[in-house]
Design a protein around this ligand. Structure first.
Ligand SMILES: Nc1ncnc2c1ncn2[C@@H]1O[C@H](COP(=O)(O)OP(=O)(O)OP(=O)(O)O)[C@@H](O)[C@H]1O
Ligand SMILES: [Mg+2]
Length: 379
C-alpha cells in the first residue's frame, strides 16, 4: 500500500486486499467463468479465508518479494454455503440480491465479490430517493452536447453502463431506497444485457463478466414494494447475524484492533470489556443470554458493526482520557445504541441491568459487578 493510500479513511477492497488477490490470481488453477479474474472456488476462498497456508503450485514464476505460501485472511464470518451460492448466482444470468438486518456485512460482501471477480468494486450506485435515471443508464455533458450535439464523447456513462462496457460487476447499494420506476431500469438491463442509446443510434451490449449485486436492508420500507418483474431477475440471499458467540467475539476484537491501529495511536485493547460488549449485544439481539436467561429485546438492531464501533469508542475514550475508568463509558454507549430507534427502550436496558448484569455481578464476575454499579448512568 502506498503512503497516499494509507492516508485515506477507507480503501476499496481491491486495494485493501491487493496482495492476496494478486497472489490468488497466480495460484488459481481452476477454470474461470468468462470475464472473471478468479475461479468460483478461489472467490470463496478469498472471502472465507483459510486456516492453513496455501502453497503456490510448483513451476509458477513468482514476482520478486512474493511468498510461496499464503494464509488467506478470513473476511466474512459465516456460512460457507451462502458464499458459494452467491458466487454461483454471479456466474449465471440473474443478479444477486443480498438482504438482511442492518450491519450484517451485506455491503462488505458485495464489495469483496466485486473486487475478487472483476478486480474493481468502484462501479457503485448508492441508492437514495433522489437517484435519477441517469445513474442507471447514461447522462450527457451538456456543454459538450450544446456545442457538438449528441456525440459519443458527450455521453456520461452510468456505473451500470461502465460495468457493462468492462464486463464487470456493478453494485447497487440500498436498492429499495431508489424510486420503484428507477429500480425497474434494471429489468431490461438484466434480461437483455443491453442499453439502447437512441441519440447515438447504438445499442451498448454487456461484455462477459457483467453482473449486478444489489443490497437491501430489511428494516427499510421496500423489499416488498419491489416490482415482481425485478424480483424475478434476482436470486435473493439473506445474510444473517453471526450465529456463533466465539466467532463474533473474534471478529469484534480483530476489527477493533484494525481500527485502533489506523487511529495512529498505540492503544491497547481491553479483552474483558470487549467480551462484555459482545455478550451484551448478543443478549439484547437474541433475547436470550448464554446462561439461558430471557432478555427483553429492544426494537432496534444490535448489530455486530455497532458492537465494533462501541468497542473502538471505549478504547479511544480510555486512551484520550486516561484517568477515567474503562468501564464507566460502557453503559452510556450501550444506551445510545439501544434507544436510537425507540427512546422507551431505555426501560428494557434497565431491566437487563437488574437481571443478567446483576446476576453475573453477584456471581463474582468483577467486570459485570463494576458494570452493575454504574447503573445510574442509565437513569
Ligand atoms: N458476518 C460478518 N463477517 C465479517 N464482518 C462482519 C460480519 N457482520 C458484520 N460485520 C462487520 O460489520 C461491518 C458493517 O457491515 P456492512 O456495512 O457491510 O453491513 P450492511 O449489512 O451493509 O449494513 P446496512 O444494512 O446498514 O447497510 C462490516 O464492515 C464488518 O466489519
Ligand atoms: Mg450496507
Amino acid at each position: 500500500m502506498t503512503t497516499k493510500e494509507k492516508s485515506y479513511q477507507s480503501l476499496p477492497a481491491e486495494i485493501l486486499w491487493k496482495e492476496e488477490l494478486d497472489w490468488l490470481e497466480l495460484y488459481d488453477q481452476n477454470p474461470k467463468p468468462p470475464g472473471w479474474r478468479l475461479s468460483p472456488a478461489t472467490v470463496v476462498t478469498f472471502i472465507i479465508g483459510t486456516d492453513e497456508p496455501l502453497r503456490m503450485p510448483k513451476g509458477k514464476k513468482l514476482p520478486s518479494g512474493t511468498n510461496a505460501t499464503l494464509r488467506v485472511t478470513p473476511k466474512y464470518v459465516g456460512n460457507r454455503s451462502l458464499i458459494e451460492r452467491c458466487t454461483v448466482t454471479l456466474a449465471g444470468e440473474r443478479g444477486l440480491m443480498l438482504v438482511g438486518e442492518p450491519g450484517t456485512a451485506k455491503s462488505m460482501l458485495s464489495e469483496l465479490f466485486a473486487a475478487a471477480i472483476s478486480g474493481t468494486s468502484s462501479f457503485t450506485i448508492q441508492g437514495t430517493a433522489g437517484v435519477p435515471e441517469e445513474a442507471f443508464r447514461y447522462g450527457w455533458n451538456y456543454s459538450m452536447l450544446l456545442g457538438k450535439g449528441p456525440v459519443p464523447e458527450a455521453l456520461v456513462p452510468s456505473p451500470v453502463l461502465s460495468a457493462m462496457r468492462q464486463g464487470a460487476i456493478v453494485r447497487v447499494e440500498e436498492i429499495t431506497r431508489c424510486m420503484p420506476e428507477i429500480q425497474d431500469m434494471l429489468i431490461s438491463i438484466l434480461s437483455e444485457r443491453v442499453i439502447a442509446i437512441p441519440e447515438l443510434e447504438i445499442m451498448e451490449r454487456a461484455l462477459q463478466g457483467f453482473s449486478v449485486i444489489a443490497t437491501a436492508n430489511l428494516r427499510d420500507r421496500g423489499v416488498n414494494e419491489m416490482s415482481a418483474a425485478l424480483k424475478r431477475r434476482f436470486n435473493f440471499e439473506t445474510v444473517p447475524p453471526i450465529a456463533d458467540a466465539a466467532l463474533e467475539l473474534d471478529l469484534v476484537k480483530r476489527q477493533t484492533r484494525n481500527l485502533l491501529d489506523r487511529s495512529g495511536f498505540d492503544i491497547p485493547l481491553d479483552e474483558e470489556i470487549t467480551q462484555a460488549i459482545v455478550t451484551a449485544f448478543r443478549d439484547l439481539r437474541t433475547g436470550l443470554s448464554a446462561e439461558g436467561w430471557t432478555v427483553d429485546k429492544p426494537s432496534t438492531v444490535m448489530s455486530t458493526a455497532e458492537a465494533v464501533s462501541v468497542s473502538v469508542s471505549m478504547a479511544l475514550e480510555k486512551a484520550f482520557f486516561p484517568s477515567k475508568d474503562i468501564h464507566s463509558a460502557f453503559p452510556g454507549y450501550l444506551l445510545g445504541t439501544v434507544e436510537k430507534d425507540e427512546p422507551a427502550d431505555r426501560g428494557k436496558l434497565l431491566a437487563y441491568w437488574d437481571g443478567p448484569v446483576a446476576r453475573r455481578g453477584k456471581n463474582d464476575d468483577p467486570v459485570w459487578k463494576k458494570l452493575h454499579d454504574l447503573k445510574d448512568v442509565l437513569k
